[in-house]
Design a protein around this ligand. Structure first.
Ligand SMILES: [Zn+2]
Length: 238
């Protein structure tokens, strides 16, 4: 069975791009100069360009199961080096999502597949903090909490990569971000940590401490609501 329906959609898409902007693909073919690197989950519902409303050429993308940064992953290391040293992106965004199937797997009992090696750091964090997870109301809350913690853990891991350390040591402007995406509302939430230097990285509390002191992930809508509320009542710390 062929995939003509997909190829037909491609033609429609290419024509829609050039309808308002006839030189779109001419520009695209010349060079790419994205300002951002996205490290996200392979989940088919979380595509960087779509959730950010960006065109081709605007974001460099690496995805794997549960957006994990392994120091032995040649794929990620090559992408990271190319993005920082050649493309000179200034922002690296580690973005996970609620309800992640990879995270759910890491919190389960089945440890029989290759993916369990991949998810091992998440499983180990879960084991160390089993009591905290068991105190959460249900499985969904446990998975979502680990989705958040995993992002914070992976930002810390990216911050420890030599290519990132070298960039910071050489005064290259480079900012790391931790975001989480809600598939139920299509909104990204800033979770942190946001890191721009070796000093900021070294001043971070460890991930084990972060497990006990969660950060509230905030979407831009929520942040604006909090700011508006504070403006009405400057003494309110909510
Ligand atoms: Zn996922």
């Amino acid at each position: 069975m062929n995939l003509d329906h997909l190829l037909d959609r491609n033609v429609e898409w290419a024509q829609s791009k050039t309808r308002d902007d006839p030189t779109f693909f001419v520009r695209m073919a010349e060079q790419q100069s994205p300002k951002y690197l996205w490290i996200g989950c392979s989940d088919s519902r979380v595509t960087a360009n779509d959730v950010l409303g960006l065109d081709p050429g605007e974001i460099f993308v690496h995805r794997n199961v549960a957006n994990v940064a392994h120091t032995s992953d040649m794929n990620l290391l090559a992408v990271l080096e190319y993005a920082i040293d050649v493309l000179r992106v200034q922002h690296v965004i580690v973005c996970g999502h609620y309800g992640c199937g990879g995270i759910e797997r890491a919190l389960g009992d089945d440890r029989s597949a290759l993916v369990d090696y991949w998810l091992q750091p998440i499983f180990m964090l879960y084991r160390r903090h089993r009591a905290m997870f068991d105190a959460l109301p249900d499985r969904r809350a446990q998975v979502d909490r680990m989705c958040e913690l995993n992002i914070e853990m992976q930002v810390r891991r990216v911050a420890a990569m030599p290519v990132v350390e070298n960039a910071w040591s050489n005064g290259v402007p480079l900012h790391l971000h931790g975001w989480i995406y809600g598939m139920h509302d299509g909104l990204l939430r800033d979770l942190g940590p946001t890191l721009s230097s070796l000093a900021e990285r070294d001043a971070l509390v460890g991930i084990d401490q972060r497990v006990l002191e969660p950060v509230e992930p905030k979407s831009t809508l929520r942040r604006h609501a909090i700011e508006a509320f504070s403006a009405l009542d400057p003494d309110n710390k909510a």
